[in-house]
Design a binder for this molecule. Structure first.
Ligand code: ADP
Length: 397
């Protein structure tokens, strides 16, 4: 069985074609600059990458190009689109939809009705689904939501201490994001330590361009750092994470900012970029800090301290922890970040083998805990696309 996984952003569209008999990616790629030019990179294992500048007016053009490349006599990996059995779509925000589901008109109507709370990621995801429906009529499609895994949170975790009517009127509450990744790595960690997920207390740290930390208590999420939007929690590449909410109205008044301009400050000009003044990319921030840039050092210190704070708070909430794990771009690759977060956490049972942390293999599940540590600290590579493909397979089978 072959499943196409689509992750549509506002000007980009990522795709992966899976052969599910072998859980293997047979082609993947990225369409970029949709609506503002157009470019594509198409990859197949063991073969040269294909790159081209090509006009992509909209998501329909991008999907048409993806299907053309997948079936091309030279660049393709299948003979015809009929060989694709189903399509899985990554959708950041599912609102009240709590599980992966087959796309129907009513699912699409609901997703359209919640773009207000998902303005950045909702519209492009819907465009990606519509483009696929148009290009592959009748093909089963599944939506996999980043919010689903967090739907087990108790009300005391998801409610904000605002007038309750805003929750009732506008569904203002914590939803949490990166759920597909947190779910995948929590399961992988349980497999790795050979203990059922239902018997473990796990803290999953998904740290990348966007970052979130989740407390998984006996297989169920009880709290997560991101909130109504993927803004709350840790400082990120360009997002500020949690701040005193009154800063927002104060700055709007001081700088005469409109709500959209303020959103821009919070989402695109803050975080590592805003603090360091150097870059939103962790590698650049480390390089600047190593060269003596004090603001870059400060940005790293803030990120590390906030990660410690959230991990500590979840240990308190769960009354313990068996596994703390790191995943995503920073979590999997940034050894110095992992070491800094885990340093001086031995009171809580967290202690890593710093030498092994610096030399352990990349791209594999590894245990970086010190031999006598009470808590196991793991690095687990995430694979959100495989999780989406597996959910799609389960639903269409
Ligand atoms: P996204 O949230 O866009 O999927 P990723 O999970 O790919 O992002 O994470 C991107 C982040 O990972 C960037 O800040 C990047 O600098 C960081 N990163 C990737 N490789 C390394 C590395 N070797 N060392 C430190 N940081 C890294």
């Amino acid at each position: 069985m072959k499943i196409l996984v689509v992750n549509a952003g506002s000007s980009s569209l990522k795709y992966q074609l899976f052969d599910m008999d072998e859980n293997k990616v047979i082609a993947k790629g990225l369409c970029e600059k949709i609506g503002i030019g157009g470019a594509v990179t198409h990859k197949r294992p063991g073969k040269d990458d294909y790159k081209s500048e090509i006009e992509l007016k909209d998501h329909d053009d991008a999907i048409a190009l993806v299907l053309k490349l997948l079936t091309d006599s030279n660049l393709g990996v299948i003979k015809s689109v009929d060989e694709i059995d189903a399509v899985g779509h990554r959708v950041a925000h599912g609102g009240k939809l709590q599980e992966s589901m087959i796309v129907t008109d009513s699912v699409l109507r609901y997703l359209e009705s919640i773009v207000g709370i998902n303005p950045l990621h909702g519209p492009p995801a819907i465009k990606g689904i519509n483009a696929c429906r148009k290009a592959m009529p009748g093909k089963p499609m599944v939506t996999v939501f980043d919010t689903s895994f967090h739907s087990t949170m108790p009300e005391k975790s998801y409610i904000y201490a605002l007038p309750y009517e805003y929750y009732e009127k506008y569904q203002v509450r914590r939803y949490g994001f990166h759920g597909t990744s947190h779910r995948y790595v929590a399961h992988k960690a349980a497999e790795f330590v050979r203990v059922p997920l239902e018997q473990l207390l796990i803290i999953t740290c998904h740290c990348g361009n966007g970052s979130s930390i989740t407390a998984v208590d006996h297989g169920k999420v009880i709290n997560t750092a991101m909130g109504l939007t993927p803004q709350e929690g840790l400082p990120m590449g360009t997002r500020c994470g949690s701040i005193d909410p009154t800063i927002v109205t104060y700055l709007m008044k001081q700088e005469n900012l409109t709500p959209d301009q303020m959103d821009d400050v919070l989402n695109k000009k803050s975080g590592l970029l805003g603090l360091s003044g150097v870059s939103s990319d962790m590698r650049d921030v480390w390089a600047a800090a190593d060269a003596g840039n004090e603001r870059a050092k400060l940005a790293l210190d803030v990120l590390v301290q906030d990660a410690k704070k959230i991990i500590g708070s979840y240990i308190a909430e769960m009354n313990g922890v068996d596994i703390v794990l790191f995943t995503a771009g920073i979590g999997e690759n940034d050894r110095a970040f992992r070491a800094a977060v885990c340093r001086d956490m031995d009171y809580l049972g967290i202690s890593i083998d710093e030498d092994f942390n610096m030399s352990c293999p990349r791209g594999e599940n590894v245990d970086i805990s010190a031999p006598d540590a009470k808590v196991r600290t793991l690095v687990i590579p995430t694979d959100e696309e495989l999780m989406i493909a597996l959910d799609t397979l389960n639903l269409v089978k």
